[in-house]
Design a protein around this ligand. Structure first.
Ligand code: ADP
Ligand code: MG
Length: 252
């Protein structure tokens, strides 16, 4: 379980405080796939950084699995928008990096990498360098690298936003598969309404005005069902989230 409890956080901008969060509360249950959606600048990345232990709230606390977060935690995986791959390492070595740091034995490491390459459809590109891959392939490598570490919590900051529409949809399908198979708790940030509804078992809408407030917390029990994208339910949720976002841009 994840708990933000009375979390406040401000940034200093030219000697004035920009309050992004003020006594913010949120509880996320194990196994939920939460999508955070909100306008640019509303604090989505900031929330993920706090959850990852990379930013400390100025007041309040973040708790993951009963543990107060004040530094990064081993079993939290974090995927950034720009992939975070090392250009001088090929696909296999990029994926193996985390395992190497953890001191996993060579034989075991090779086996784990082989398996994930297959799963992610990356086997033909094993010896390629990031510069030789498309955006979608790079994002698969980034995902593979995090997943080999068997995280129990996966954070993703607009992971698909720089991909073209079709690649994006294919990776959304892949993410959904991973979520369903691994029973991971995921927190994904997006500004894309359809992506939010396709991937979130719970969709949290944040206000545009700072400090950010939660202006919508929708459960999405039909997520992951067959042909969800084309259902009435999907369409209705799209309208609801859009309305919330529009309302959130107006002053409270
Ligand atoms: P989002 O990810 O929703 O676009 P962010 O969490 O990146 O929003 O940022 C929230 C607000 O805080 C924005 O107004 C942004 O300009 C500001 N901000 C983010 N990082 C910093 C920083 N390191 N220093 C000062 N202000 C920042
Ligand atoms: Mg951001």
């Amino acid at each position: 379980m994840i708990e933000f409890s009375d979390c406040s956080l401000f940034y200093l901008q030219e000697n004035t405080k920009l309050p992004v969060y003020d006594k913010f509360n949120l509880t996320i249950n194990k196994g939920e796939s939460v999508v955070l959606i909100g306008p640019s600048g509303c604090g989505k990345s900031t929330l993920l950084y706090m959850l990852a232990g990379l930013l400390k709230p100025s007041a309040g606390q973040v708790i993951v699995e009963g543990q107060k977060i004040d530094k990064p935690r081993q079993s939290t995986g974090f995927i950034l928008q720009d992939y975070g791959l090392f250009p001088w390492l090929n696909v296999v070595d990029n994926i193996g990096l985390g395992l190497k740091i953890r001191g996993i034995h060579k034989k075991e490491k090779e086996l784990m990498i082989k398996q994930i390459l297959e799963e992610m459809g990356l086997a033909p590109f094993a010896r390629h360098y990031p510069g030789q891959l498309s955006g979608g392939q790079r994002q698969r490598v980034a995902l593979a690298r995090v997943l080999t570490l068997k995280p129990d919590l996966l954070l993703m900051d607009e992971p698909l936003s720089s991909l073209d529409a079709l690649t994006r949809e294919r990776l959304q399908n892949l993410l959904l598969e991973i979520q369903q198979k691994e029973q991971l708790t995921t927190v994904l940030v997006t500004h894309d309404i359809e992506e939010a509804i396709f991937l979130g078992s719970r969709i949290i809408v944040l206000s545009g005005e700072l400090p950010t407030r939660i202006i919508g917390d929708l459960s999405n029990p039909m997520v992951g069902t067959k042909d969800f994208r084309t259902t009435d339910n999907f369409f209705k949720l799209t309208i609801k989230v859009r309305e919330l976002l529009e309302r959130g841009l107006e002053p409270a």
